[in-house]
Design a protein around this ligand. Structure first.
Ligand code: NI
Length: 225
């Protein structure tokens, strides 16, 4: 399996090299490394974890469109090239299908232990220091801005609100990122999420102080500590 993992890692790196939405190779690399740590702590099937972590975004709808997400042509191709075929391939595809924030919000997906591990690793990459950097890069690139004191977070963000994604970076922390701590599946994921959550809280406290933000922002933060 070592050779298969190495082949898939190479193929995914080449595939996502020029991807600029935050689902680039560096994201995959971080998720892969985090998934290895969580998977080992949880006693998961490590080949399955590593292959699914590497391939979880190559057919993502944000990168490839909705149709590709269903058929997973890239994941299938890279697995076949690495001689992961038949039932072994289907098991990897099943894990990939269960990963993703939209699916967690929809609440309809059943997951294996390996699905839990990769899902946790993927969500962990959205929080902490890396999460802060990704949020400003993504929202900045979309033209949603950094901070609008009047753009207060919406309390319940449904799947369709989430798809509209118009919030400035700081609002986005409240609508999504500060909630991810409560969406971890594994014990190892929960422990890591608590650390990364605290880093975001510290960042936002500092930001609100320096930006002389209206008091309501600090109150919202207190509520999500
Ligand atoms: Ni991802």
């Amino acid at each position: 399996m070592k050779a298969a993992i190495a082949h898939v890692a190479q193929a995914v790196e080449a595939h996502l090299k020029h991807e600029g939405s935050g689902h680039d190779w560096q994201h995959i690399y971080r998720v892969w490394q985090t998934a290895k740590k969580l998977g080992e702590a949880e006693g998961a099937d490590m080949a399955l974890v590593e292959l699914a972590a590497l391939l979880h975004d190559v057919d993502d709808y944000k990168v490839s469109g909705e149709e590709a997400e269903m058929m997973m042509p890239h994941a299938r191709r890279y697995l076949a090239e690495a001689q992961v075929v038949g039932e072994a391939q289907e098991r990897v595809l099943d894990v990939i299908r269960s990963v993703g924030f939209r699916k967690t919000l929809a609440g309809t997906v059943e997951r294996s232990l390996e699905g839990h591990v990769v899902s946790d690793a993927d969500m962990l990459d959205a929080i902490g220091a890396v999460g802060i950097a990704r949020t400003f890069t993504y929202c900045g690139g979309k033209g949603f801005g950094m901070f609008d004191p009047d753009f207060l977070p919406r309390d319940e963000v449904s799947q369709s609100d989430y798809m509209k994604k118009g919030s400035p970076s700081v609002t986005h922390f409240f609508e999504k990122l500060l909630k991810l701590k409560g969406m971890m599946f594994t014990e190892a994921g929960k422990a890591e999420a608590a650390k990364r959550h605290a880093r975001m809280v510290l960042f936002l406290e500092t930001f609100f102080e320096e930006a002389a933000a209206p008091k309501v922002w600090m109150e919202r933060l207190e509520a999500l500590r």
